[in-house]
Design a protein around this ligand. Sequence first.
Ligand SMILES: *Cc1c(COP(=O)(O)O)cnc(C)c1O
Length: 362
Amino acid sequence: MERVYNFSAGPSMLPLPVLERAAAEMVCYGTSGMSVAEMSHRSPDFEPIILKAEADLRKLMNIPDDYAVLFLQGGASTQFAAVPLNLLPEGGKADYVVSGQFSGKAFTEAQKFGDAACIATSKPDGFRYVPHVTRGDLREGTSYLHICFNNTIYGTKYNYIPDTGDVPLVADMSSCIISEPVDVTKFGVIYAGAQKNMAPAGMTLVIVRKDLLGRSRPVCPTMLDWKTMADNGSMYNTPPCYTIYMAGLVYEWILSIGGLEEMKRRNEKKAALLYDYLDSQNYYIAPVMKEHRSMMNVTFVTGDADLDKKFAAESTAAGLKNLKGHRSVGGMRASIYNAMPYEGVEKLVAFMEDFARKNPKA
Ligand SMILES: *Cc1c(COP(=O)(O)O)cnc(C)c1O
């Protein structure tokens, strides 16, 4: 069977050279005589794997030494609780921007732990854009501002980094991490689930400025305490070894093609192909405001639920998989992460043109 173009929002495509390398190393890794999937995380065979993954990620994202890099479990959703448990003191305040479903979940979770407030939202407008916030919008004495940098379900993205002054900025970057260069120093904490743009599911990356470690609540579970994990090199307990290995292969692959500048160039080219087509016709509607369009998740609808359904079925049959929009919003969504080749987007646009021709609207 031939490989398809998989437009899934996550878990999603991985670069073919990475899959081929992992396949070649699956049974016997290097001189270890075993698979990475079988290795003790404390063995001399695994240690260089996790250290290289971290070093390559630091190089790729230009992460300064005063930031810790953690490879954790539990998905981005676990960080929705870990963030307040680590940064929101008893009796303190935390500010949230709700720009989509995941930031809404993060906000709801934080309310369990204290005074969390939504200081801006685009919900009344169907999350078609990202609100603009600046330090003047923050509440006096707030411990951090939480944002979701790329809204996977709605297909919007911050086109600016909020200026929060001395207040730490915390960003969920699950669906845009390592898609383009980002100035890490503008953030207190960056976190991301692996399964969108880094690796198979099972690993969560947390990049945290070191002065923010050690502020956790006494009730913070040990496993959610970033300091415990930082002090133990992400190995307080068994880390997601195999996913860390796969993420390492992805970091190495991006470095080999020219780093995040080149990654951005490729991603912009793919996204432009699709958005330019959307802008050139009026069969499909792209609901997101142009200046907040995501480079990773592209949403569109025909305006007719039956046609949307037909589109999903026929595109699947044509080898363009998982184009159905999120169950909460309907329509279509093409996730075109790092691993999606340009040809995949060309095939999609050709399919869209063909579908529009064959299925005129009443
Ligand atoms: C997918 C996603 C999540 C949820 O990730 P899990 O790893 O499934 O918990 C959270 N935030 C964003 C932005 C996502 O895209």
